[in-house]
Design a protein around this ligand. Sequence first.
Ligand code: FAD
Length: 302
Amino acid sequence: MTFDTVVIGAGPAGLTAALYAKRKGLTLAVIADSIGGQMSKTANIENYPGHEIIPGKQLALIMQEQIKQLGQDIVMDRVTGVERIGNRFRTTTATGKHFDSRTLIIATGAHWREIGVPGEKEFKNRGVSYCTTCDGPLFADMDVAVVGGANAAAESVLEMTHYATKVYMIVRSTLKADQILADRIMSSPKVTVLQGYTVEKITGTDFVEAIHIRSKAGEQKTLQVGGVFVEIGQDPNTDFLKGLVKTNDKGEIIIDEYCRTSVQGIYACGDVTDVPQKQVIVAAGEGAKAAMDVYTYLSTHR
Ligand SMILES: Cc1cc2nc3c(=O)[nH]c(=O)nc-3n(C[C@H](O)[C@H](O)[C@H](O)COP(=O)(O)OP(=O)(O)OC[C@H]3O[C@@H](n4cnc5c(N)ncnc54)[C@H](O)[C@@H]3O)c2cc1C
């Protein structure tokens, strides 16, 4: 069977694209290795219209349920490759399945960046974490460090003030978080912000015991912490494309205002693209745009 479209990813972008594609009567397969994407790792979302405040996992479930009600399942698998065969696309998964389609909607989002210092890999899941919402409660009554200076790091710091005894925020240059978050951080007695410091290494025995940092002037500090949360940004999930579509210098897929990529028939939406605003509402909106243009494209390209 050749599907009208294959949606890769089930975060807000992919789930919305699937909703629109299904309602347009297209035949589709939705393939994802997790449901909800980054939403599922967000404690509360306070800026999605229609919900004053909603746990990220709950919003993901609502979106999933909405497409399930239309009879659309999600194939839980990891996409490992996409190739163009004539005017069709073949999507291959880690379990060896193939899905042929006339168009593709890539909605694979992004993943957290690593700092790349000694001890980071060694202590991953033994004190080093990339998801405060997932792991924060494990560090109750401990001192922890959060590495990063933008919004994700700021949210992580604020979340950790609910559990940890002390939170060090290690910022390479200056704090770049939204003013409202920066104000909350600065007024918390639990938080110490260390600006102009880079991480040199993370040490411990079985679990993390310390993070070693150095200022631009060469001053070294060792902070005794039980946990290190790395929140220094994200990279788009595009490995499986192996250069099939054009990307920018950050590796994000370049799209136009209709979510079209450099390859006719391949669309992209959400955090995987060069759209600068990385938000649930934006990803959902882009997913809708992508599916609507896929419908128009299929109507005119038989
Ligand atoms: C801690 C944190 C807090 C946030 N808070 C907010 C907030 O309050 N408000 C807000 O609007 N935004 C927030 N965001 C940002 C928001 O979550 C993202 O912008 C949004 O989830 C992006 O949606 P997406 O669908 O493009 O990608 P993602 O949510 O990243 O979803 C990607 C999907 O693709 C799948 N996938 C990836 N690679 C493959 C593959 N090879 N094969 C199969 N499937 C694959 C994943 O499993 C997932 O289903 C937050 C993000 C984080 C990390």
